[in-house]
Structures are given as C-alpha cells and as structure tokens.
Design a protein around this ligand. Structure first.
Ligand SMILES: Nc1ccn([C@@H]2O[C@H](COP(=O)(O)OP(=O)(O)OP(=O)(O)O)[C@@H](O)[C@H]2O)c(=O)n1
Ligand SMILES: C[C@](O)(CO)[C@H](O)COP(=O)(O)O
Length: 235
C-alpha cells in the first residue's frame, strides 16, 4: 500500500531571514522543497504529494518542482496562515484527488534532507498498525523548565524526552479525526492526534532530517547535508 504525503511549505521563513519563502531557498542549486519532495518520492512508498505553497507562490512552487518530472504525482495548493491550516488544506486536497488513501504523511519542506529510509520506516510502522508515528532523536542537551523570569524551576529528565522530526505518519482516519476540530493549532500533527486520544509511536529519525530554521542550519545544510546527499544514492 502506498502513502500520500502532505508537505506544508507556505511558511515565510522569518527566523531564517532569507527574504523569500523558506521552502524556495536554494541549497547547492536546488530548493529545500524540491529536495524534500524528491526524498519522499525516492522512498518508493509515496504515491502522491500535495504541497501547501505560500498563497502568492503557487505558480512559483509549481515551476520549482518541474525538474522532478512528476507532475502527475505532485499537486500544489495555497497554504494557510498557520502550519496547521496549511496541513488541513493539503489534507482536504489530497482526499479530493486520490481515492483509497489509507496512510498519510506530513513532512516539513524545511526538513529537506530527510533520508528516504526514514520515510519508509514511518510508512511501514503505520502499515503495521500504528495509528500515528513520529520519527525522533534522543535529546543531547540537559533540559530545564524555566519560569517567565527565566529562573530555573527544575531539570527535566532528558531520558524521557525525544526531539520529534517529520515525516509524521498517520492512518487517514486518525488524521481526519484530529483535523476535524476547527481552530485547533499545534506545532506538530501528532500533537493534534494526541488531543483526540490516539497513541503515537516513536521510531528512529535521523540527524540529516534537521529542520532548516536559522541561517546556522542553512550553513550546515550547504556544508554538510548537501554534500552528503549528493554522495548517497537517494535510496
Ligand atoms: N503558515 C505556515 C507556516 C509554516 N508552514 C510550513 O511548516 C514547516 C515548518 O515550519 P517552520 O520551519 O516554522 O517554517 P516557517 O514558518 O517558514 O519559519 P518561521 O517560523 O521562521 O517563519 C515549513 O516547511 C513551513 O513552510 C506552512 O506550510 N504554513
Ligand atoms: C513539525 C515539527 O517539524 C516537528 O518538530 C516542528 O514542530 C515544526 O515547528 P515549526 O516552528 O513550525 O518549524
């Protein structure tokens, strides 16, 4: 069974400060978005991708993705004000275009260098019966809870913490249920699924699934991730 992937790519990239939508920022000559979509398709388990573009950038995004030569497998819609709005719009578009959808991935364009192997791991976990799946990494730093004044309240047991990445995977039923609650906003899709009471399974992520958020992250992408991606087969 194949999955459908939703790619929220409508963000402005304020923290990056590139003066253009972050998804279209190039790294070694290819946009973050093109790289993210190619990685999804290279996994071999994604049959269709719906990209949520900036509302004034749908044609720009369509043109950016043209080199993939996958026009039948990739559809671009205008995203929304928040990430959750963009995902909701892309989900509705995917279900209107693709029949028989069972598994849905949600993958940030900003995580452009996610290895296709992580995509497969997430899809396989959903198709083995997990209603919701997130790729994760251990937390390497000590984490402390602080109050509004910055005073440390306590140290959190980092062994019980994981840093969550994308693609996140869901059964279509569970994701639709989570997105039926209008106005509900969360920083990730699994958070909405937790709120409607479904279990979420953590599976291994990958350091290359770094979310390109700041100029520092972009430098890491240019100097480390892009060279590594060009060396590895997209397998
Ligand atoms: N209204 C929004 C906001 C974000 N995103 C997407 O959600 C992903 C994760 O968001 P983030 O990394 O925060 O991107 P931006 O919102 O662009 O960054 P910033 O918060 O710095 O502006 C990105 O691929 C972004 O394009 C989206 O589709 N629609
Ligand atoms: C979805 C996500 O990538 C999981 O870590 C993250 O929550 C996105 O956060 P952002 O502030 O929208 O980049």
């Amino acid at each position: 069974m194949n999955a459908v992937a939703l790619v929220p790519a409508a963000g402005r990239g304020r923290r990056l400060g590139a003066g253009m939508p972050k998804a279209l920022v190039p790294v070694a000559g290819e946009s973050l978005l093109l790289r993210a979509v190619r990685g999804l398709l290279a996994s071999g388990c994604v049959q269709h991708v719906v990209v949520a573009a900036p509302d004034d950038g749908v044609t720009l995004v369509e043109d950016d993705l043209a080199p993939l030569g996958a026009a039948d497998a990739v559809h671009v819609v205008a995203g929304g004000a928040e990430r959750t709005d963009s995902v909701r719009i892309a989900l509705e578009a995917a279900l209107a275009r693709v029949s028989g959808v069972t598994t849905v991935l949600v993958h940030d364009a900003a995580r452009a260098f996610t290895p296709p192997s992580v995509v497969r791991t997430v899809v396989e976990a959903v198709q083995r019966g997990a209603p919701a799946v997130v790729p994760v990494l251990p937390v390497a730093d000590t984490v402390k809870q602080v109050d509004v004044d910055g005073a440390v309240e306590h140290t959190v047991d980092r062994n019980a913490l994981r840093a969550v990445q994308t693609p996140q995977g869901f059964t279509v039923t569970v994701l639709r249920e989570a997105y039926e609650i209008d106005g509900d906003i969360a920083t990730d899709d699994a958070g909405l699924v937790e709120r409607v009471g479904h279990p979420v399974l953590a599976v291994p992520g990958h350091p290359h699934a770094l979310k390109i958020t700041t100029a520092f992250d972009l430098a890491i992408a240019e100097r480390v991730l892009a060279p590594a991606a060009s060396e590895e087969e997209l397998t």
